[in-house]
Design a protein. Sequence first.
Length: 110
Amino acid sequence: MVERLKKLQAFLAESPNDPFLIYAITLEHLKLGNAGEARKGFERLVAEHPGFVATYYHYAKFLEESDEKDKAVVFYKKGMETAKQAKDNHSFRELQNALQNLLMDEDYED
């Protein structure tokens, strides 16, 4: 996996503003357990590429698993708005289901 990360970083050096490459690197950091780097990647994507729909599900899941459930709710909702604007019904439903599951979780207190 480290080799894959290095290859992706080399591609990003050639195309530093490519949201897909930033996203792929962020997910590699998640797989490698580099939570801090993954968070930086998600934050960069949201700030620089807010229309990149795929970010929101994974970022909200990351926040949910990091016990930042209130923030996860915010990003599920932002993702739903972004998916709706992009007319990406599949992503909208995926985000909506994840949000509903989180809100139904008995450990979550609103």
